[in-house]
Design a protein around this ligand. Structure first.
Ligand code: NAD
Ligand code: TYD
Length: 355
């Protein structure tokens, strides 16, 4: 059995669903259920004995230790984190608590359990830490893409807290021999993505007739990966990754934010045209830039391809079409996540950034 943390969030829930479908191996899912955690993401697993959900904080060493021992866990995959850059700018404290202190406590609970294992159970145990390309900082238009050898130069409270957690994971390997693996992935998109992030926010705002807020000049570049490709990369690293190594995961798909938003608008024009016959691009609004906004991220994903044979299955064209279709097909999911606390966030963030 494996233990996943943060499995009620965007990537974690996609991972749990894909894992059970692909392997049939049971999962213990530990999630605190912050604003970003949503059990509705896992509704299709209700009553399925292969999914054991436990509401807990990764920083609660006692709960984690008990779960590891009770279920004889063979691998831990750590998705749990505060994940939104804009929220980290408004309130960095939670990011330090979960991403740094929480990861530290989780590592300690895992180390105590792993120390008590014997033979093959000890040799085969894995701790896989899910991280981000944002730890490497920002690139100019002409810089080469991030490789695993780039220096860490995080610029936001979010990326600094993730960088700190990566360093802890590395140190627990070098100092204590904990069998760890780290993945640094680019921006994900796909079903179950909370609509505070660029792509789902644009889809739900467009459909609601609201402005599509572009920070600054909209020329910031991200590399976009369909979430299920990220899940398959994690499965592959868990299966065959070399202990103590890090693997960059990306979609070979760099795009400027404004082009992403125009693509979403064009798909919606085709799939759910506006009743007035105009294009959704009319809703695009430029707003004040994010402080410290990283200009460009790009991932060189050759190592994972060369060493582990992993490549993304989706192109951006196929992935973004599936994503828009999923949001069109799931208005209830959208309505349910747009709760009171979501509305408070949108009010706080976008009243401050409006020009
Ligand atoms: P998310 O915000 O959608 O989900 C995070 C989940 O973690 C939520 O279910 C939340 O309830 C849970 N959580 C938060 N604090 C917790 C705590 N203290 N204890 C237990 N659970 C807690 O995030 P996501 O987009 O799914 O990202 C998952 C991981 O992948 C994060 O570590 C993130 O840094 C990393 N990552 C994300 C992206 C991306 O584009 N979204 C890209 C690369 C890496
Ligand atoms: P986001 O989805 O928050 O991911 P990250 O900051 O981790 O890359 O943002 C992606 C890009 O989109 C980033 O350059 C900021 C920009 N952005 C906007 O222009 N408007 C928005 O309303 C949001 C949420 C993001």
């Amino acid at each position: 059995m494996i233990l996943v943390t943060g499995g009620a969030g965007f990537i974690g829930a996609n991972f749990v669903l894909d894992w059970i479908a692909a392997t049939g191996e049971p999962v213990v899912n530990v999630d605190k259920l912050t604003y970003a955690g949503n059990l509705e993401n896992l509704a299709s697993l209700q009553g399925d004995a292969r999914h054991v959900f436990v509401q807990a904080d990764i920083g609660d060493g006692e709960v984690i230790g008990n779960l590891l021992a009770k279920h004889q866990i063979r691998a831990v995959i750590n998705f749990a984190a505060e994940s939104h850059v804009d929220r980290s700018i408004h309130g960095p404290e939670d990011f330090i608590q979960t991403n740094v202190v929480g990861t530290f406590r989780l590592l300690e609970a895992v180390r105590a359990y792993w120390n008590g294992l014997q033979g093959d159970a000890k040799t085969n145990f894995r701790f896989l830490h899910v991280s981000t390309d944002e730890v490497y900082g920002t690139l100019s238009a002409t810089d080469p893409a991030f490789t695993e050898n780039n220096n860490y130069e995080p610029n936001s409270p979010y990326s600094a807290s993730k960088a700190a957690s990566d360093h802890l994971v590395r140190a627990w390997h070098h100092t204590y021999g904990l069998p760890v693996l780290t993945t640094n992935c680019s921006n994900n998109y796909g079903p179950l993505h909370f609509p505070e992030k660029l792509i789902p926010l644009m889809i739900v705002n467009a459909l609601a007739g609201k402005p599509l807020p572009i920070y600054g000049d909209g020329q910031q570049i991200r590399d976009w990966l369909y979430v299920r490709d990220h899940c398959s990369a994690i499965r592959r690293v868990l299966e065959a990754g070399k202990l103590g190594e890090t693997y960059n995961v990306g979609g070979w798909n760099e795009k400027a934010n404004i082009d992403i938003v125009k693509t979403v608008c064009a798909l919606l024009d085709e799939m759910r045209p506006r009743s007035d016959g105009k294009s959704y691009v009319e809703q695009i609004t430029y707003v004040t830039d994010r402080p410290g906004h990283d200009r460009r991220y790009a991932i060189d994903a050759r190592k994972i391809e060369r060493e582990l044979g992993w490549k993304p299955a989706e192109t951006f064209d196929t992935g973004i079409r599936k994503t828009v279709q999923w949001y069109l097909d799931n208005p209830e999911w959208v309505a349910n996540v747009q709760s009171g606390s979501y509305r408070d966030w949108v009010q706080k963030q976008y009243s401050a950034t409006s020009n």
